[in-house]
Design a protein around this ligand. Sequence first.
Ligand code: C5P
Ligand code: MG
Length: 163
Amino acid sequence: MTPSPLPYRIGYGEDAHRLTEGRALVLGGVPIPHAERGAVAHSDGDAVLHALADALLSGMSLGDIGQYYPDTDPAHAGLDSRVILADSLALVREWKYVPANVALVITLDRPKLGPLRADIARNVAALLGLNETEVGVSFKTSEGLAPDHVQVRVTVLLRRVEQ
Ligand code: C5P
Ligand code: MG
């Protein structure tokens, strides 16, 4: 069904992964140095890019990435999350929308991510064709309530481009 041509559409996405030793932790395409554990995942486990792709699809009422990349399909093992994001962005653009700005929250107890805020914002912005001031990056600890997982929540504003 054709998404109604609203001037703006809000998208929201979430992703969570369990953390385990022996895996690298990558968030928003940025490898996190000194992370003791990384994400357990069928793909590369970049929870920021997964939540962001879901937010893009959500904004267009196009479902979620599990429909396009079922994790039961061995063809998707180790899949680069940038491909998932690029495909989701292409769908948004097909419907004549572009991201206007993004706000994302990463909940992780350790390590501290503050020093990587600008790197993550720049990297995510580049993947979306935005500048870094259009990507807000916040960090939270779970206060020890969920020390074994990383959680990401993303909102995105989509703007209709005139044709
Ligand atoms: O969650 P909490 O309120 O304790 O977070 C306090 C501060 O720690 C925030 O300013 C946040 O940016 C920072 N933080 C961080 N890296 C994390 C979690 C929180 O830099 N992994
Ligand atoms: Mg994921």
